[in-house]
Design a protein around this ligand. Structure first.
Ligand SMILES: [Zn+2]
Length: 125
């Protein structure tokens, strides 16, 4: 992700409307690019200040700290989504293998050959 693209995603970040992969590349970029981080911090500050004004809260807040916490929260979110994907992938693999073992044990060679052909066709070999 370049600076131009990162800047175009600042509001999406604050609104929480990015996909996980967009979010991941965006966070990677702003952590390594001071100018984009400053841009994010500016917009984030304005957004937080506006929402507090609307709510009538007049306390002072450490917005730098809030943004840092927000980014860490997004990291945890990305991590959780990735864990779920990995979990789902291995579950699917295990289910698939179990099904194969069951089928191989009960079928004659001709039927096994047909299933293999169908499977290869199905996975695009
Ligand atoms: Zn940048």
């Amino acid at each position: 992700m370049d600076c131009k693209e990162a800047e175009s995603h600042v509001n999406d970040y604050i609104d929480g409307t990015m996909t996980v992969s967009q979010l991941e590349t965006f966070l990677k970029h702003v952590r390594n690019c001071k100018s984009c981080y400053d841009e994010l911090e500016t917009y984030y500050t304005i957004r937080v200040a506006m929402s507090y004004l609307e709510e009538g809260q007049a306390h002072s807040y450490n917005i730098k700290e809030m943004l840092s916490e927000d980014m860490k929260g997004k990291d945890r979110y990305i991590f959780r989504v990735k864990q779920q994907k990995i979990g789902f992938g291995s579950l699917t693999t295990v289910a698939f293998l179990s099904l194969f073992v069951m089928l191989f044990m009960r079928l004659n060679p001709e039927q096994v050959r047909e299933i293999l052909e169908l499977t290869y066709h199905w996975i695009g070999f």
